[in-house]
Design a protein around this ligand. Structure first.
Ligand code: AOF
Ligand code: ZN
Length: 377
């Protein structure tokens, strides 16, 4: 199952909004096929492994990170009939499929067909792999990663909040790769004004990256790059409080999305509503590039699922430089990136937290960092 999880992670960035799924077919003590769901709309992990194994699948055991699917009227044929037809003797599933169309029925059908079924092997780890899919199916919101860079003395910008490059070029490339695997990138209006970012990804991707600004009082001026580059095909979403939505538009391609205010802080947006709107637009995984205020807001609302913190060796040594909040979540993985240190934290109180395991993104970053350091040599 551990191997199946590893394989599943190779689907990251390609399978969403579907879950990452891995499969290992074992006959006796021998692995006869390994596979993973590679692409949204493409074949599931199980039929790929069955095809690879051919007749050898008869009597074999299938280790799958997710309960095999059994529902019809979707992009690919269901996996349960395929496993039955192939004569598999035993299916070991990591966890149940939270999709209400499956949710236990897949395993029940296998059992009825006389296949030995075991469930819940490395269950927490398999569910963690599914965290973005569970966020979407159960909570109707995307998975949320907060990413920021800070200096060795904990500063997120220079004196008086002046813009300052903190992370190194290799870290920045890893962040662009992460952006390319996400569906939306979110900043606060302060960052949109002071840093004037484009919020695009320079990495190759087949995904569309939705650019989002949280701007409760509509302060984003039309001179910013985000506004100037917004088009109907590549829009920028500006979330604001309902009473500010009526102010005339700021440019073509900029969509104003009104949401309720936070009941505890009337001048703030209700973040869960923001995320629900993004989920409705198909976002499975949202990357937030926050300042200190937004970090606190997402953490207080318990809507930050994961943090990526990049720490540079430099120091600012100036009281007027804004400091990052102290993170008290346990780190699950760490990576040296050409002198910067990237740490991944998972929110232990998050509604889609199941196990303190490294994510597929971190695994990819680890592999990419190796290549990038080598190609720089
Ligand atoms: C599996 N194995 O590898 C995956 C499963 O539209 P489709 O045909 O791709 O079906 C998507 C649904 O199938 C998805 O919502 C989830 O319930 C399940 N995913 N199931 O047996 C796989 N990716
Ligand atoms: Zn399936």
């Amino acid at each position: 199952m551990r191997r199946a999880i590893e394989l599943a992670m190779r689907g990251r960035g390609g399978v969403e909004p579907n879950p990452m799924v891995g499969c290992v077919l074992v006959a006796g003590a021998k692995t006869i096929a390994e596979s993973w769901h590679e692409q949204f709309g493409g074949p599931h992990a199980e039929p790929l492994a069955l095809r690879m194994a051919g007749d050898a699948a008869r009597g074999a055991t299938a280790y799958v990170t997710l309960e095999p699917c059994c529902h019809e009227r979707k992009k690919t044929p269901p996996c349960v009939p395929a496993l039955i037809a192939a004569g598999v003797a035993r299916v070991v599933a990591g966890c149940m499929d939270p999709n209400p169309m499956v949710n236990g029925q897949g395993l029940a059908l296998l059992q009825q067909a006389g296949i030995e079924v075991e469930a819940g092997v490395l269950e927490k780890e398999c569910r963690q792999l599914l965290a973005p899919f569970i966020a979407r199916t159960t909570y109707r919101r995307p998975y949320v990663t907060l990413k920021w860079a800070q200096t060795a003395d904990g500063k997120m910008a220079g004196p008086m909040g002046r813009r300052m490059a903190i992370s190194n070029a290799t870290s920045n490339r890893l962040v662009h790769d992460l952006r390319a695997r996400c569906d939306a990138i979110v900043v606060g209006v302060k960052t949109a004004v002071s840093d004037d970012p484009l919020l695009t990804s320079r990495a190759k991707s087949s995904r569309r990256l939705l650019r989002v600004v949280l701007d409760p009082q509509r302060r984003l001026p039309p001179t910013r790059q985000l506004v100037r580059t917004a088009t109907a095909e590549d829009p920028v979403l500006v979330f604001c409080l309902a009473e500010y939505a009526t102010i005339h538009g700021i440019g073509p391609g900029v969509e104003i999305v009104p949401v309720d205010s936070d009941p505890l802080r009337r001048d703030h947006l209700h973040l869960r509503s923001v995320l629900e709107r993004l989920a409705e637009r198909g976002a499975t995984h949202v990357l937030v590039e926050p300042g200190p205020g937004m970090i606190r807001a997402f953490c207080e609302a318990n809507l930050a699922d994961r943090l990526w913190v990049i720490r540079s060796p430099e120091r600012v040594e100036h009281d007027s430089a804004p400091a990052a909040p102290v993170v008290d979540w346990p780190g699950v993985a760490e990576l040296d990136v050409a002198g910067d240190r990237l740490t991944e934290y998972l929110n232990p109180r998050g509604e889609v937290y199941f196990a303190a395991t490294e994510s597929a993104d971190m695994l990819k970053a680890r592999e990419d960092a190796k290549c990038k350091v080598q190609s720089a040599k």
